[in-house]
Design a protein around this ligand. Structure first.
Ligand code: GDP
Length: 317
């Protein structure tokens, strides 16, 4: 695998730069010395509007694109807003991927999620397991949309000779995460619940489901680092898993959060809430072979996120 000399002044569009993933990619690009970074807020450019996206891309002509814009959420949001999850994500992807091709983008990186893989596939999950079995019901609409994005990148690469690469991160957390308890993922939800229990003097934290599902967590700064690494590599494959390489049960995660926040109350498991996929651990050997590995441990990553809580919790008080 060879390094590519990417000019520090190359124009790079980060779609979705206000989200957790997009903002991390933007930070990492700036750290790496990239100076010509292109962004648009939702109010400035609606990525679901095909004509606007195409006009923007043809006018700006970025050389590289990171597609971090998506409608995302935790198990409850995915399972409740099923129509929005499939429609919004299909529209955004179709518009951005097609416009990348039409505007002559040199290379583009499409970001998805580990839920694209079959619910009961062997662990750790290799890229080849895509489309080998039925999906988890709770996030099937989102997963179908993301699979469509991957396949659209592949199809454009094969018909038009584009160089689009799909990166599938595991469960992410970090700065600019969503702490709304009805739509968030488990890690920010448990951080908030534990923090609020301590503040109010409550002696228990409610954990959804059985606590038995296993999840792999990665700090978003690790993903951003992988994204910039990929930008600077000449890669052959079209799909790469990006993960930390190890997983924990939801119970272990809750216990770790209690320990790190010094909460001495108890955990109560709410069995009326769904467990979702039993396990989702990515095989990251394809990316490791290129020379990249995650470096932020779960403990260090959580400590990084909670450092600012005491002064300004990242949710409305
Ligand atoms: P998933 O990875 O797509 O299933 O998304 P989540 O991060 O939302 O959920 C992961 C697991 O954590 C599921 O088994 C949830 O039931 C469990 N979980 C436990 N407590 C919570 C919580 O407070 N919020 C969320 N979103 N999930 C929770």
């Amino acid at each position: 695998m060879t390094d590519i000399a990417v000019s520090k002044s190359a124009k790079i569009f980060v779609a979705g730069h206000r989200g957790m993933v997009g903002s991390a990619i933007l930070r990492r690009l700036k750290q790496g010395g990239y100076t010509n970074l292109l962004t648009r807020t939702h109010a400035e450019l609606d990525l679901m509007n095909q004509q606007d996206v195409l006009a923007f891309m043809q006018q700006e002509k970025p050389q590289y694109v990171f597609m971090a814009a998506a409608k995302v959420g935790g198990i409850h949001a995915n399972n409740t807003y099923r129509g929005e999850f499939i429609y919004n994500n299909l529209m955004i992807e179709a518009n951005v991927i097609d416009s990348c091709y039409r505007a002559g983008v040199e290379r583009a990186f499409f970001l998805g999620s580990s839920c694209i893989y079959p619910r009961d596939c062997p662990q750790p999950i290799r890229e080849e397991y895509l489309l080998t079995g039925p999906l988890e019901h709770t996030n099937e609409p989102y997963a179908i949309a993301k699979i469509a994005g991957i396949k659209m990148c592949d199809a454009y690469n094969s018909q038009y000779g584009t160089r689009f690469v799909s990166l599938m991160p595991t469960n992410l957390y970090g700065p600019n995460d969503n702490y709304d308890l009805t739509t968030s993922h488990v890690l920010p939800a448990l951080l908030r619940k534990t923090f609020e229990a301590m503040q109010s003097g409550a002696d228990e934290v409610v954990v959804w489901g059985s606590g038995n599902p296993r999840r792999e967590f990665m700090h978003v700064d690790d993903l951003a680092d992988a994204c910039v690494f990929m930008l600077e590599q000449n890669v052959e494959d079209q799909l790469y898993n990006v993960g930390s390489g190890s997983d924990v049960t939801i119970r272990e995660l809750a216990e770790l959060i209690c320990r790190l926040l010094s909460f001495s109350g108890t955990l109560r498991f709410d069995s009326t809430k769904p467990d979702g996929t039993p396990r989702k651990l990515l095989d990251v050997s394809r990316l490791e072979k290129l020379g990249w590995k995650a470096s932020i441990s779960l403990e260090a990553g959580i400590a990084n996120v909670t450092a600012s809580f005491a002064h300004t919790p990242p949710w409305p008080e």
